[in-house]
Design a binder for this molecule. Structure first.
Ligand SMILES: Cc1ncc(COP(=O)(O)O)c(C=O)c1O
Length: 464
């Protein structure tokens, strides 16, 4: 097929999204770059949405999209699900308030439901985001082991704080030997001390990981991993099992960060699929179905470090029985275990217990269709991912880690995504697809139709 690329990948983007452009100019007068989270930004400016329902979003120019960003995977039941909405309203009407500032029954009810699906979480705590969950998990691990260095994997994201914002998306030419990756900062303003305390490991390289962990065995207290990198690049089963073994041998707390994979691979997350039990697990995103939440759970003996019973309260020294506040692990938060959010969370579990299977089947149908189209148009590409998340990767090589992904054709993937915008398919360019219970068979068929046209448009043939 003759290659006849677009003159410019976004040749009518600005025309079709002029209201978004206008809005973003105004927003830039209020917030740096016009956004309140950098992830919401992309060049030349993001599309601004004004309405969402089910699997659909409508932008400021009244164009409709089938949404596959699903707010970075958190909207696992889609936009504005009636059952979730009803659960939130009922909680407020039943309880009179949406915030007690005391323990309450939903904390326990939701916790028990989470424990059914994640039996490794013998005890758990709630936070308000995935970031707070991973932060707390690291503190608990350090309290347990007395060792303060941490190990993470190149290309893995665990939240935007200095300790973990290391080698998430490093320039490959600066990232060093693939078997001994450098610790590189992902933000301006970070102290270099964190780079010394955060050791970077190569994903899916068991031998190199074992060597590095042994080299730092007296310093590293915790190893945190996305068992499925970025939600779509799978760990080799033997790699995860090996990591479990070596961390156990060296007395390091193994933390599975399942903020992306929780509920999305299956209700029990990647740990269920791989049959590997971490010491601690962090959850977020889909657990709240679009409401802000994080969870840390794990082995009782480790989680008990956060128990205040018989301990000191940093805000109230009169309660101290066993010593000073530093004898207790500090964990607090005005909104932790917010009743309204837990009510939403329980409705999400109800919906997924009924509908996750069919959502996974729809995702498979979408992936299979895309793979067939890539083949039909002789495009070097594939879908990569399990469960209800995947990405379209423009390369035929097996993708095993961050560096492999950098070798794929990311520039054309971006063109493809802009072409899909024009055909009513939305996701942040070069991001992964997250399918929800709200996506219908018709949405999947329409997406495949749009994908075929986008391939024709980007790789050659007619313009539409
Ligand atoms: C694996 C993982 N951990 C932690 C986080 C941080 O979660 P949040 O954005 O809710 O703070 C994210 C967010 O994308 C994530 O994907």
């Amino acid at each position: 097929m003759a290659i006849q690329k677009l003159e410019h990948p976004m040749f009518d983007y600005q025309k079709k999204t002029s209201s978004s452009k206008e809005f973003m100019n105004e927003a830039a007068q209020v917030m740096p770059g016009g956004v309140t989270a950098n992830i919401k930004y992309f060049e030349p400016y993001p599309i601004v949405m004004k309405y969402g329902k089910g699997a659909k979003l409508i932008d400021m120019d009244n164009q409709e999209y089938i949404d596959y960003l699903m707010s970075y995977g958190s909207l696992v039941t889609g936009h504005g699900h009636n059952e979730v909405k009803k659960a939130v309203i009922e909680q407020m009407e039943r309880d009179g308030t949406w915030l007690f500032g005391t323990p309450h029954s939903l904390e326990v009810e939701m916790g028990k439901r989470l424990q059914q699906h994640f039996p490794s979480m013998e005890l758990l705590r709630y936070t308000n985001s995935g970031t707070e969950a991973t932060l707390l998990a690291l503190r608990i691990a350090a309290a347990h082991t007395g060792k303060h260095k941490i190990a993470k994997f190149e290309g893995h994201y665990h939240g935007g704080y200095d300790q973990m914002l290391v080698s998430v998306s490093p320039p490959v030419h600066q990232a060093g030997d693939p078997e001994s990756p450098e610790s590189l900062p992902d933000s301006k303003g970070m102290s270099t001390s964190h780079l010394r305390n955060t050791i970077v490991l190569p994903f899916n390289d068991a031998k190199a990981c074992k060597r590095i962990l042994h080299e730092h065995k007296d310093e590293i207290g915790a190893v945190m991993i996305e068992p499925i990198q970025a939600g779509f690049i799978p760990a080799d089963p033997s790699f995860l099992k090996g990591l479990r073994q070596v961390t156990e041998e060296l007395g390091m707390v193994l933390i599975f960060d399942e903020v992306k994979t929780g509920y999305r691979t299956c209700l029990g997350g990647a740990q269920h699929i791989y049959d590997v039990k971490p010491d601690l697990t962090t959850l977020g995103k889909a657990i709240g179905g679009g409401y802000p939440i994080g969870v840390v759970g794990g082995k009782k003996e480790i989680m008990m470090h956060s128990s205040p019973v018989e301990g000191a309260d940093v805000f109230d020294s009169s309660q101290t029985k066993s010593g000073t506040a530093k004898d207790v692990l500090f964990h607090s938060g005005t909104y932790n275990g917010h009743p309204m959010i837990l009510a939403a969370g329980m409705a999400v579990i109800d919906i997924l217990e009924r509908e996750l299977e069919s959502t996974l089947r729809k995702t498979e149908q979408l992936k299979t269709g895309m793979n067939e189209l890539l083949k039909k148009y002789k495009v070097k590409g594939q879908t990569v991912g399990t469960g209800s998340i995947f990405s379209v990767v423009l390369s035929n090589m097996k993708i095993r880690n961050y560096r492999d992904l950098q070798k794929t054709d990311l520039a054309t993937r971006k063109e493809l995504d802009f072409s899909l915008f024009r055909k009513g398919i939305y996701m942040k360019p070069v991001n992964r697809y997250s399918v929800s219970t709200a996506h219908t068979k018709e949405d999947i068929e329409n997406t495949l139709d749009a994908f075929e046209k986008a391939l024709q448009e980007v790789y050659g043939g007619s313009r539409f």
